[in-house]
Write a protein that binds this ligand. Structure first.
Ligand SMILES: C[S@@+](CC[C@H](N)C(=O)[O-])C[C@H]1O[C@@H](n2cnc3c(N)ncnc32)[C@H](O)[C@@H]1O
Length: 302
């Protein structure tokens, strides 16, 4: 499940056929949000990168692919973790790649980070091979997730590792009872988002229903699993203004994107949470936190 859902004005498309669907996120519109989301979880990225370095300790790593890099927060974290490698940010959204390029420059990594605009998984053969392929929150945007993983696995050099970030736990940011509306709002938001997500997947070109057993899918792609790990992002209340703004933006997307599936009472609660003048609003209430668990599944080409 992703926090970026609910872009209803998408012009983005998957695959060369450019058959876009109404439910695919508008990645460009979500750029600042994606970047801030990844920045809030930067400690996760550093921990995950250290783990990948351990998994690859017997192998020289000269090339890393970040497939669906978005704004490149992951790309630069990987480039820092693998100083002997060229790290390639691959994405289909030019505006996001522009952010990745700017970030690489800011962090003094421009000479080691390559930016490649590509439509995945179709363009993968043009991207060459790597000892580490990382793909975070991207596979679930492909109609056939199993086939996409097979394609990705095919670009691994012998001894190379594929790391797939999928699953984990939904983000929590409010107490069960927030003093307004019916308690348990976040659980109901989860249900509405799951339904939205399932419908979004059904509309993807070439949609194929798959059991989302990620280690088993990596085996089906011809790889040997090397473990799944879950990393906690735990920002406790009171949140700093950046994290608070991030939560507010998320609530706004729930309000806009899930209006059809929520009760009038829950929509009224969301309106109050979005009222920046109200002491019950996200920007002013003291109890807003940010807690999430992010899972990464890994496997090696033996
Ligand atoms: C949820 S974002 C994840 C960004 C980043 N990996 C992260 O975890 O922060 C999904 C990314 O996949 C990219 N994407 C979606 N469909 C794609 C496709 N068919 N080919 C290449 N990139 C794609 C989007 O542009 C977006 O940057």
């Amino acid at each position: 499940m992703t926090p970026h859902a609910h872009g209803h004005h998408s012009h983005h498309s998957h695959g060369h056929a450019h058959s876009s669907t109404a439910m695919e996120p508008d990645w460009e519109a979500l750029a600042a949000n994606l970047e801030r989301d990844a920045e809030l979880k930067v400690s996760f990225l550093e921990e995950a990168a250290a783990w990948l370095r351990d998994l690859l300790c017997h192998r020289e790593v000269t090339r890393v692919l970040d497939l669906g890099s978005g704004p490149g927060v992951t790309t630069t974290a990987l480039a820092h973790a693998f100083p002997g490698a060229e790290t390639v940010a691959v994405d289909s959204t030019p505006a996001l790649l522009e952010r990745a390029r700017a970030r690489a420059e800011r962090e003094g990594l421009a000479s080691r980070i390559t930016i490649r605009e590509a439509e995945l998984p179709a363009d993968l053969p043009d991207l060459g091979t790597a000892e580490l392929i990382w793909t975070s929150n991207v596979v679930h945007h492909f109609g056939d997730q199993r086939a996409a993983l097979e394609t990705f696995a095919g670009a691994l050099r012998p001894g190379g590792v594929l790391a797939v970030r999928e699953g984990g736990l939904p983000t929590r940011f409010l107490p069960r009872d927030i003093g307004i509306g019916r308690p348990g709002l976040q659980a109901r938001l989860d249900v509405a988002e799951e339904d939205w997500f399932a419908a979004m997947r059904t509309e993807l070109p070439g949609h194929t229903r798959t059991v989302e057993d990620w280690p088993a899918l990596l085996v089906a792609a011809g790889l040997a699993p090397t473990g799944s790990r879950t990393f906690l992002t735990d920002l406790s209340a009171p949140l700093d203004p950046v994290a608070r703004a991030h939560v507010r933006a998320r609530v706004e997307r729930f309000r806009d994107g899930l209006a059809d599936s929520l009760s009038a009472e829950d929509l009224a609660t969301l309106d109050t949470l979005l009222d920046d003048a109200s002491p019950d609003g996200i920007l002013r209430r003291p109890d807003v936190f940010y807690l999430t668990a992010t899972t990464v599944h890994t496997a090696v080409r033996t």
